[in-house]
Design a protein around this ligand. Structure first.
Ligand code: KIV
Length: 265
């Protein structure tokens, strides 16, 4: 049976780490399911790792819906989250609902939306109409041009405070997972202490309720210069299946991420 949001919440309650990976097709979905991955994210990172762009900005709702249908056909037990790509959630709550509904019809159980407090009305609109939302804070790759590159966020006190107040506002608005990307470990730990919903980290902290990585990064097929938070598990495991197994084991046992995968203030 497919895991539900309630299952992820129960995992957090009993202190069991959530192992999430991105996934874009049905063959990988089958391998990730067999390796014990709890949740699959159809991320707009597909713009880079599948389509060859230098950012996620060109990805469309139709692209995410297509890859979501592929993933859902390949695995019947992991929880499925689909990314709301650039331009699909920034105009009106009504338009966001239409786009999110397309991803839910493709098989997503939750949509992920980047952004801070300005997304509160949109998230309230979706959640009160039956669409669960994961909010994505910290380094939000769709804002790469505003940030001037894929840079760690929240190093200054003002930025750290804004990420915290954004995350609290998004939780209040009804977000039921918060994904924290590329912030200093101290900032991530502050978020984990103050939020009640499960937090999912990537370049954040081992304190998060779960972790996510881009699947191609764990099998050594990611960017030539990998971000600090990447551990190419295939080097220690020798095969794709082994890398997935090692990733899940390392997340569940608290061995990943280590201090070397986290950012300092
Ligand atoms: O698009 C994506 O794959 C993501 C993860 C890197 C968190 O948002």
């Amino acid at each position: 049976m497919r895991k539900s949001l309630l299952d992820l919440q129960a995992m957090k309650m009993r202190g069991e780490k959530i192992a999430m990976l991105t996934c874009y097709d049905s063959s990988f979905a089958r391998i990730l399911e067999q390796g014990g991955v709890d949740a699959l994210l159809i991320g707009d990172s597909l713009g880079m790792v599948i389509q060859g762009h230098d950012s996620p900005l060109p990805v469309t709702v139709a692209d995410i819906a297509y890859h979501t249908r592929c993933v859902v056909r390949g695995a019947s037990t992991p929880f499925i989250l689909a990314d709301m790509p650039f331009g699909s959630s920034q105009i009106t709550p009504e338009e966001t609902f239409r786009n999110a509904a397309e991803l839910m019809r493709a098989g997503a159980q939750m949509v992920k939306i980047e952004g801070g407090a300005s997304m509160v009305p949109t998230i309230e609109f979706l959640v009160t109409r039956g669409i669960p939302v994961c909010a994505h804070v910290g380094l939000t790759p769709q804002s790469v041009h505003q940030f001037g590159g894929f840079k760690v966020q929240g190093r200054e006190a003002e930025g750290a405070q804004r990420i915290l107040s954004d995350a609290l506002a998004l939780e209040m608005a009804g977000a039921s997972l918060i994904l924290i990307e590329a912030v200093p470990r101290e900032v991530a730990e502050h978020l984990c202490t103050h939020l009640h919903v499960p937090t999912i980290g990537i370049g954040a902290s081992p304190e998060c309720a779960g972790q996510v990585l881009v699947v191609y990064d764990i099998i050594g097929m990611g960017a030539e210069v990998a971000p600090r938070f990447v551990r190419p598990f295939i080097r220690e495991a020798g095969s794709i299946e082994g890398a997935v197994h090692c990733y899940v084991t390392a997340v569940k046992s608290g061995n990943f991420p280590g201090a070397e995968h986290c950012y300092a203030l």
